[in-house]
Design a protein around this ligand. Structure first.
Ligand SMILES: Cc1cc2nc3c(=O)[nH]c(=O)nc-3n(C[C@H](O)[C@H](O)[C@H](O)COP(=O)(O)OP(=O)(O)OC[C@H]3O[C@@H](n4cnc5c(N)ncnc54)[C@H](O)[C@@H]3O)c2cc1C
Ligand code: FES
Length: 282
């Protein structure tokens, strides 16, 4: 379910995650008779008055309606969000978009693969999988150790049901290299029977997602990938987030797309649109 009304909320908590990345929390349930709990993979449009309104994945949610977003400071609006303090106000529209569907069978071999800020929706997904007693393997990649995210929370997950692998490009923590190498290495230790019973969830830079897609195709593994496009309306009206040739809208038909849709996308891994709607190379 989605909710397209802007609610003004107070930032209740601000946590530094790593360099240029912060998690901000706020309550969406108080005085909200139409409260819709979000699902992992859904996003919100965050409005900073006088600056802009931009999409952010929901990185956490508890039963009391406390939601979190995790922001990477890269431009004008993310900088304004990054610098918000506890007690400041923001506008929140959501939850929007579709979500990562949980596997129907407990016996599935589940992989979560995240790169950089793409870990934000996957963090929420780890909590949902954990709550529903699924076992899973999480592979997180970053350029350097100090860019790895949520490591403290992940340490608290039960080691009997979760395996966590870290990769850094400079080898400063975990395995040296990129997540795709680690993913292939793990798959090589599995038998063919286990591949066909596997499912992979991913979010991160689209070039990384495309490589994960190629690996999943090679090993016949179902993929659910969360994609990013520049958004204006966030609710299917402006068309800025359309992906050719089917015109699938990342804000409405996504942001999570499964293998069958990814296969039909000519833009996937190659092109995005700039703020004017013109196609540019990724
Ligand atoms: C569904 C979805 C979920 C997202 N979740 C998160 C999240 O959890 N945390 C987070 O930090 N960011 C997330 N993003 C990306 C975030 O929305 C952009 O980084 C943000 O809109 C940039 O705004 P800005 O004003 O700071 O940057 P600008 O000053 O407008 O631009 C800075 C640079 O970022 C590029 N850019 C702008 N918008 C986007 C965009 N939507 N996607 C990719 N590049 C963009 C510009 O082309 C430019 O190069 C998400 C995007 C989508 C579509
Ligand atoms: S952002 Fe307007 S249609 Fe998707």
């Amino acid at each position: 379910m989605t909710e397209n009304i802007i609610r003004t909320v107070i930032i209740t908590k601000s946590t530094d995650e790593c360099k240029d990345i912060k998690t901000l929390s706020f309550n969406m349930k108080e005085e909200n008779t139409n409260y819709i709990p979000p699902k992992p993979g859904q996003f919100v449009m965050i409005w900073v008055p006088g600056v802009d309104e931009i999409p952010m994945s929901i990185s956490d949610c508890d039963i009391n309606g406390n939601w979190s977003i995790t922001v990477k400071n890269i431009g004008e609006c993310t900088n304004a969000i990054y610098n918000l303090k506890e007690g400041d106000f923001i506008g929140v529209r959501g939850p929007l978009g579709n979500w990562f569907e949980l596997p129907e069978e407990k016996s599935k071999n589940i992989f979560l693969i995240g790169g950089g800020i793409g870990m934000a929706p996957l963090r929420f997904l780890t909590q949902e999988l954990y709550k529903h007693k699924f076992s899973f393997i999480l592979i997180q990649g970053a350029k350097i150790k100090s860019e790895l995210m949520f490591t403290t929370q992940f340490q608290m997950l039960d080691k009997n049901s979760t395996d966590i692998f870290y990769c850094t490009e400079d080898g400063s923590y975990g395995t040296e290299g990129i997540v795709t190498l680690a993913f292939e290495r793990i798959l090589e230790t599995y038998s063919k029977r286990l591949h066909s019973n596997a499912i992979t969830y991913t979010c991160g830079p689209e070039k990384m997602i495309y490589s994960i897609y190629e690996i999943c195709e090679k090993w016949n593994i179902e993929l659910h990938a969360s994609l990013e496009r520049i958004m204006r309306c966030g609710c299917g009206l402006c068309g800025l987030c359309a992906i050719d040739p089917l015109g699938l809208l990342v804000c409405k038909d996504g942001p999570v797309f499964k293998t069958e849709s990814l296969k039909k996308m000519e833009d996937f891994g190659k092109y995005k649109r700039d703020f004017t709607g013109r196609k540019v190379k990724l």
